[in-house]
Design a binder for this molecule. Structure first.
Ligand code: SAM
Length: 234
C-alpha cells in the first residue's frame, strides 16, 4: 500500500481541496502515513492524526522513528467504529477504506465522521469505484472480485454519492483520476459553502426561467444543490 500511495500522491495532491487554514486532520486507516505526511508538508501548521489498528500502528511507529519523520503526525491505535474520532476536525481522510466495509458499516462510519467535523469540515474518500468508464469498470470488476474474498467490494460512484448524502454531507465533489485505474476522489463538505449556494441558486433560477426545473420537478433542484461534478465527468 505504501508504494501504491507514493505513486498516487502526486495525482491526489493535484485534486484534493482542503479548507483554508486547515489545522486538524484525521487519517482513518492511514497505516504507513504517506498521505498524512504529504499533506503536513503541503499545509504548514497542519497536525495529522493517523488512526489505525494495533499492528499497523506498531509498524508505522517503528518505520517513522527509523526514518525520523514524525513531525506533525500523531499515531493513534484504535478502531474507527468504536473509538473516539475526536471533534472539531477540519478534514478526515478515508483512503482505500470503503471497499473493506459493508454498506451499513460505511453509513455508520460516515455519520461518525460527519459528527467529528467542524462546520466547514470535509471528508475525503478515495478508492476504486465502478461507473467511471468502460476500461476502468473492467479493472474495478477484477479488483472487486479480489475484495469479495475478504468480505468487501468496489462500490459504484452513485452508491458512494448516496452514502455521503445519507450521512448529511451537503456539497459533494466527484473527481475521477482519469487514469487506467478506477480511482476516484470524493469530497463531501459538512455544509454547503455560501459561494456554492450562490452559484446553485443562479443555476436553478436560470433553469426555472427556461422551464427545465419544472419539467424535472424537484429532481433538478436536488441534483444542483447537493453535488458538483468534476469537469469532464458525467
Ligand atoms: C487497505 S489499507 C489502506 C491504507 C492507506 N489508507 C492507503 O490508502 O494506502 C486499510 C487500512 O485500514 C485499517 N483498518 C481496517 N479496519 C479498521 C478500523 N475498523 N479502524 C481503523 N483502521 C482500520 C487497516 O489496518 C489498514 O491499515
Amino acid at each position: 500500500m505504501r508504494e501504491m500511495a507514493r505513486l498516487l500522491i502526486p495525482h491526489f495532491l493535484k485534486r484534493v481541496r482542503l479548507p483554508r487554514g486547515i489545522r486538524q486532520l484525521l487519517d482513518i486507516g492511514g497505516a504507513h502515513c504517506e498521505y498524512s505526511r504529504a499533506l503536513v508538508r503541503r499545509f504548514p501548521g497542519l497536525k495529522a492524526t493517523v488512526l489505525d489498528l494495533a499492528g499497523p500502528i506498531a509498524t508505522a511507529q517503528r518505520v517513522l522513528e527509523r526514518e525520523g519523520n514524525l513531525e506533525g503526525i500523531e499515531l493513534r491505535m484504535g478502531n474507527a467504529f468504536e473509538d473516539d474520532l475526536g471533534s472539531d476536525l477540519d478534514a478526515v481522510l478515508l483512503i482505500n477504506m470503503v471497499h473493506l466495509f459493508s454498506f451499513d458499516q460505511n453509513r455508520k462510519l460516515l455519520l461518525r465522521i460527519h459528527e467529528s467535523l467542524t462546520p466547514h469540515g470535509i471528508v475525503v474518500v478515495m478508492d476504486q469505484f465502478l461507473g467511471v468508464g468502460k476500461l476502468q469498470d473492467t479493472v474495478a470488476g477484477l479488483i472487486s472480485l479480489n475484495y469479495f474474498t475478504i468480505g468487501g467490494r468496489c462500490y459504484s460512484v452513485e452508491e458512494m454519492k448516496d452514502l455521503l448524502k445519507d450521512a448529511g454531507f451537503r456539497q459533494i465533489d466527484v473527481k475521477p483520476f482519469l487514469l487506467r485505474a478506477p480511482t476516484v476522489l470524493f469530497q463531501g463538505w459538512k455544509y454547503q459553502s455560501q459561494c456554492h449556494r450562490f452559484v446553485t441558486s443562479i443555476v436553478v433560477e436560470a433553469y426555472s426561467r427556461v422551464g427545465r426545473v419544472n419539467e424535472g420537478g424537484t429532481e433538478w433542484r436536488e441534483k444542483l444543490s447537493t453535488q458538483t461534478c468534476y469537469p469532464g465527468y458525467s
